[in-house]
Structures are given as structure tokens and as C-alpha cells.
Design a protein around this ligand. Sequence first.
Ligand SMILES: [Zn+2]
Length: 95
Amino acid sequence: MNENILPEPFQCDECQAGMLRLRFITYFTWLGEELITVPNFPAWICDVCGRREYDEKSISWLTMLLNPNAGKPTGRKTASRRATPRAASRPSAES
Ligand SMILES: [Zn+2]
């Protein structure tokens, strides 16, 4: 039932005077040589100095959308160099 409640604004670190408030802006980012615009992107904006902070979750979501390869390993094989276990099958001397 709290759909319409915006998160509380918080004090700006930059100017110590303004408050960062959640707004929905158009976010611009470059993808290679292409400028991508993302409308209605949540950002915290200071009402005094204009400092912007982006929601971490939204940023990582966006990064994932724009970089489908982000989560995949980039040809870097993790060489699983495991020392061959000596005495792996140790007889359980219990008796
Ligand atoms: Zn500020």
C-alpha cells in the first residue's frame, strides 16, 4: 500500500544545504559511439547545487540491459589449477 510514497529526501554531501530528492530524468549514456537516452530514469538531485546521484540498482539494471555481455566471462578462462589431492581416499581407521 505504499506505492505512492517516494523515498525520503536526504541531505546533500556536496553543499550540505540542499536535499537530494528523487526525480525521474532522462539519463544519457554512451554505448560505444551511440548516445543512449533513457527516459524516466530515477535520479537523486540536489535542489540547491544540482548534484546528481543515481540509484545503484537502476544503474546496474541499465548496465545489464546495455551490455548483454557484462555478466559473461570475456574469454578469461579460470585455470582451475588444483593440486592433486594426496590421500584423497584415506581409509577410515575407525575401530
Ligand atoms: Zn547540494
